[in-house]
Design a protein around this ligand. Structure first.
Ligand code: PGA
Length: 261
């Protein structure tokens, strides 16, 4: 079962996750981070940047792989995930941009971009910790409902719901690309630790489905139930529909502190 930790707010979740990632970087200076975009991981990236600066953590060898990218946006588009990862993660943390990979969403070579990305992840020795958000429709990365649990990085069609959800980042909904390239659920499940973050009432159904719902390709988030080390950090609103909430709180309160998350 995934470990569910209910925290006070987004900043508390960010700090908890950042502590765990800093510990990883201290023990493995060339750690491989799996980087999610969207609004959800921003408090984590802020906390990580603050800790790296205040504690003088050496991140010069840290490597990273983004989860996904839009297909067909012009290079340098501010909402391309390459730009977002550069702005929100690489620059604030002071990572080496050469070590940060994002799936190649340009139309040229798109037919082999997924296989290329998988090879690069394998060559790096796999992802140590994968940061995840979850869509209101339960998607992880851009693996929309119906995605195979064995899927690897490939081109997918976004649902209309996801295009509506992401329209806030673009001038209009019609500017949101129709296609994306995303790590598969199979790729995500190979990461050694998953940290899924979710905040707000709008995510309550997706969180309950992922943690306690039937394991089904119709609900991509439920893939985390197949992972041996998955941590779900949620605020009270996002946790509201969990049936076993009392147990998760009890288990966290009684967790030996040396275990971390
Ligand atoms: P959000 O998106 O963090 O912007 O809510 C999450 C997702 O779509 O995976």
């Amino acid at each position: 079962m995934a470990e569910v930790v209910v925290v006070e707010d987004q900043d508390a979740a960010g700090e908890l996750a950042a502590r765990s990632i800093v510990q990883l970087i201290r023990s493995t200076p060339d750690a491989v981070l799996g980087l999610a975009t969207g609004s959800t991981p921003l408090p984590l990236y802020r906390a990580l940047a603050a800790t790296v600066a205040s504690d003088g953590v050496d991140v010069s060898r840290v490597r990273g792989f983004a989860l996904d990218e839009y297909v067909g946006l012009p290079a340098g588009h501010p909402e391309s995930y390459r730009s977002v990862i550069t702005r929100e993660v690489v620059e604030p943390l002071g990572l080496d941009p050469q070590r940060i990979h994002v799936p190649n969403g340009s139309l040229e070579g798109i037919e082999h971009a997924g296989a290329d990305y998988e090879r690069a992840i394998v060559a790096a020795g796999g992802v140590d910790v994968q940061i995840l958000g979850i869509g209101t429709d339960g998607h992880l990365g851009f693996n929309e409902p119906g995605s195979s649990f064995a899927s690897l990085t490939r081109v997918k069609t976004l649902t209309e719901q996801t295009r509506r959800d992401n329209a806030r980042f673009f001038a209009s909904e019609s500017d949101v690309p129709v296609h994306c390239i995303t790590q598969g659920l199979g790729t995500i499940l190979r990461a050694r630790h998953l940290i899924l973050l979710a905040f707000g009432a709008g995510k309550a159904d997706a969180v309950a489905g992922a943690v306690e719902g039937p394991v089904s390709a119709s609900n991509p988030g439920s893939a985390i139930q197949l992972h041996p080390h998955a941590t779900v950090l949620v605020d009270g609103a996002a946790a509201a529909n969990l049936r076993n909430l009392d147990y998760y709180r009890y288990a966290w309160l009684n967790k030996p502190s040396w275990q971390g998350i």
